[in-house]
Ligand binder design. Sequence first.
Ligand SMILES: *[C@@H]1O[C@H](CO)[C@@H](O)[C@H](O)[C@H]1NC(C)=O
Length: 210
Amino acid sequence: MTFSVWLLVCFCGLTLGQNVLPQTEVASETGSCFPDMCKFLKEFGAMKEKQEVMETRQKETENQVLELKKKDASNIAFSAAIGGSGSNGHIGPFSTDTTIIYRKLIINVGNAYNQHTGIFAAPVPGIYYFTYFYHAVGTQVVNLSLMKNNEEVVTTYDHKTSHDVADNGGNAAFLQLQQGDQVYMRMHANSHVWQNEHLTTFSGVLLRQL
Ligand SMILES: *[C@@H]1O[C@H](CO)[C@@H](O)[C@H](O)[C@H]1NC(C)=O
């Protein structure tokens, strides 16, 4: 728009210049000015157009930076241990399946993990990574599953033995989650884990938003 106005001015300048040229000395002097003016206007118009293109690009870059910042702000990561009221001991065995509640937060960026229910709810669709580790006594069964909604994703099992004192185990999985999908640890009936501030843990992180 601006550029075409400049072209119009330029064109008028040329026409004027041609009209006045042959008449007087003054006119011819003035006329000799016009081509320069026209060149200047043309260059100015081109500069203006370039500047507009640059401004548009800058706006686009700024928007991309904002978009990246927004994505960064939606980072999700948690780690929690079962904890315990100052003392060690085991949870279970119970006669039914139970959700393990990891009460001792190590980190909870984005607050997607609920330390009162033990349930992680995906705040955004994406690829997530979950791990869990347990400590248990060897004389009892351990039977734990990482759950996605009502589906068992990965499981860890340890047999009851009389000759080993302690067991440590764990498992991990990448999961593609929709917004609102729930991930949590299920302790199956008749199994147990050791509760402690550090030993039995559950962690998850958003790797990539989809
Ligand atoms: C673990 O518990 C599940 C659910 O109760 C059960 O189906 C499975 O057999 C148990 N695992 C083993 C190895 O016993």
